[in-house]
Design a protein around this ligand. Sequence first.
Ligand SMILES: [Zn+2]
Length: 324
Amino acid sequence: MRKSIRIGLILSLLFIGTELVRGWGFFAHQRINRLAAFTLPEEMLGFYKEHIVFLTEHAVDPDARRYAVKGEACRHYIDLDIYGDSAIYTMPHKWEDAKALYTEDTLKEYGIVPWHIETMRKRLVYAFRSKNPYKILKVSAEIGHYIADSNVPLHTTENYNGQMTNQKGIHGFWESRLPELFAEDYDFFVDKAEYVNDPVERAWANVKTAHLAMDSVLFLERELNAKTSPDKKYSFEERNKQTVKVYSKEYSAKYHKLMKGMVERQMRASIKMVADFWYTCWVDAGQPNLDEIKNYEFDEELKKQIKEERNFWKNRTVKSREHN
Ligand SMILES: [Zn+2]
């Protein structure tokens, strides 16, 4: 009797634990957008700095509406291995070509992150052209999210949570737990934002780097797990007044060491790419004068609308897979 209650409790704790850790994790997404802003040129810096709170808070919107908005889920990943072992070399980079080869339904089923970055890029150019401050900020925050996701190795595989190799939980472990524990020691200094000549190819280049790192992410954890007793692998921590089961600090440190700086590298690559894309969109829009809209304030109506939208996301769930 007691034992079954205990097991039930542990299972519910584990559930809470995995629920809390999703996406790069709130912490990493917010940090990436924030740091990207500070690499922008003078002409953009004032506006982005003025609205840094919005840019960081809304970095996680795409995950917040992940379960509420149909069609949102597939924008965060691409299961490249579905298309064969060498898909990273053979997948057409242009949406129209990929669609002709695999159909839109199939592409959406297995994720569209590199193509969605291109959609968002066009939206951001348009927002800059219209000089609409709210749209610039909203699309900037959200393209930052998708770019960051595309740099996460486990966002490029069907085995996104280690569910096919008995490593369930590794998704949150790699992209949330590790940055939360170790990002304080990372060097986030990246070069100034640079113009991207071919954004489609740049998106694919970053996806490729992430995808090629994916085998190590899975393999090295499997090896470490084989050498570790279960009571050393997990521990319990207090989060929001709840006890959650987490990968222990000791286990996390060992895994982090095996990654040889990969989490840091991928976070830096995210920051650089976000900044480069923001800058490129601004240039392509004809370098609008952002100082003229720098002191823009959200009116009450818009604030209300944003709040209502967030509540809607929270309270609605459409059927979709867990991958984010
Ligand atoms: Zn995401």
